[in-house]
Write a protein that binds this ligand. Structure first.
Ligand code: SAH
Length: 186
């Protein structure tokens, strides 16, 4: 299930951070709701790279984006987000305005295919390394599913560590998911 209030909050913070022409990454395409949102925000001059390890999710995402006339501004990458640094073209490295993660598994799909701490943490590190100064990282974590509690705890300590390195973040807790909004130093 999508967590509407936290998703809405993330979208409104991201909308105020993004301008036409900006570059952004959706690190977990899934049903492509966030990919579409980012593509609309960056406009025709901007670009979005979307990562997912599930070919079926990317195929559906590609079709939906084409129907919405957004294909030209989105590159879908069939690879884990931990490969972000290697898969991002030179022109985008260190220039991303926003990176979004919606962790966990894709509802209605194979629940075994879930994000995991071991790959999520290197991906978060690569995301921060490729954000521009004052860039925004949005991470929605879920607990309760296999590996979820461990991943949520790992993300929490990664955030605290990133703060020690000059980033600032807000955490919005709920009984279910937790949203982190982190800004890199200006
Ligand atoms: N929990 C959310 C949906 C998360 S979808 C909700 O309820 O709305 C998470 C997506 O991440 C899935 O489509 C899954 O295929 C993808 N994923 C899993 N591991 C990944 C990885 N290492 N890199 C990129 N995407 C990954």
């Amino acid at each position: 299930m999508r967590h509407r209030p936290l998703t809405r909050l993330a979208h409104s913070r991201i909308a105020s951070a993004l301008q036409a022409g900006d570059l952004a990454v959706d690190a977990t395409v899934g049903n492509a709701h966030d990919t579409r949102f980012l593509a609309e925000q960056v406009g025709e001059e901007g670009h979005v790279w979307g990562f997912d390890v599930q070919p079926s999710a990317l195929a559906a995402a590609g079709q939906a984006l084409a129907q919405q006339g957004l294909s030209a501004r989105v590159t879908l990458v069939e690879d884990g987000h931990q490969a972000l640094a290697e898969r991002l073209p030179l022109q985008a490295q260190g220039r991303l305005a926003v990176v979004m993660f919606n962790l966990g598994y894709l509802p209605g799909s194979d629940k075994q295919i879930t994000t995991r701490a071991a790959t999520t943490l290197p991906a978060l590190e690569a995301a921060v390394a490729n954000l521009r100064p004052g860039g925004l990282l949005s991470v929605l974590t879920y607990r309760g599913h296999p590996g979820g509690d461990e991943e949520a705890a790992a993300v929490a300590s990664w955030m605290a560590d990133a703060q020690g390195r000059g980033c600032r973040y807000d955490v919005i807790e709920s009984p279910g998911p937790i949203l982190y909004l982190l800004t890199t130093p200006a």
